[in-house]
Design a protein around this ligand. Structure first.
Ligand code: AR6
Length: 185
């Protein structure tokens, strides 16, 4: 287990819909109406309540722009909230993808904090259907979470729930590298 300031950081292989934790993050799309990948899994496992909450948000505030997030109930999931964030579609790396990805992690921590949550689980946002190279996404994710949790959040535990051994190894290696290079003071 690593610590970012006072916050425990755990990397694991797993299905995020099974995590018993205050908040899980969904790699959603702007329409907020569900989809494939982790989004599909969360809506399937959480049931209609999550989709209804997303529909209500759509009606009141419209679609969710890339790099932003919204928070809803978690339906039947063993968690209090689902934070739906919209990662960037990979378009070669010069379309602000890095900053938009960073923003997803930071706003998610912010929304969890505002909701009174103290623990949060992330999938590897944008690195599936949206095609963001995971070797480039992992340091952005870890840096963004580091900055967000050490700068006055209520979060005491962050879990990165990776869906394959390969993804887990990339995140683990990246974290070791960042720590040994003193890039996470
Ligand atoms: N638990 C944890 N991680 C998972 C799970 C799960 N149950 N299922 C998949 N992953 P993706 P994106 C991993 O494609 O790239 C959807 O259609 C997956 O292996 O879910 O941000 C949305 O509606 C990968 O490592 O999200 C959007 O349209 C990571 O989660 C679009 O896909 C993210 O892959 C978003 O694409």
């Amino acid at each position: 287990m690593t610590k970012f300031g006072q916050t425990d950081i755990l990397l694991k292989v797993g299905d995020i819909t099974k995590e018993e934790i205050d908040a899980i993050v969904n790699a959603a799309n702007s329409g907020l109406m569900g989809g494939g990948g982790v989004d599909g899994a969360i809506h399937r496992a959480g049931g209609a309540e999550i989709l209804e909450a997303c529909q209500e948000i759509r009606q009141t505030q419209g679609t969710c722009p890339t790099g932003h997030a919204v928070i809803t109930t978690a339906g039947k999931l063993p968690t209090k909230h689902v934070i739906h964030t919209v990662g960037p579609v990979w378009r070669g790396g010069k379309q602000n993808e890095d900053a938009l990805l960073r923003s997803c992690y930071q706003i998610s921590v912010q929304l969890a904090t505002e909701a009174g949550d103290t623990s949060i689980a992330f999938p590897s946002i944008s690195t599936g259907i949206y095609g963001f190279p995971i070797e480039r996404a992992a340091p952005i994710a870890l840096h963004a979470v580091y900055d967000a949790v050490v700068n006055g959040s209520s979060i005491t535990e962050v879990r990165f729930v990776l869906f394959s051994d390969r993804d887990y190894e990339i995140y683990t290696h990246t974290l070791e590298q960042l720590l040994s290079d003193n890039q996470l003071p």
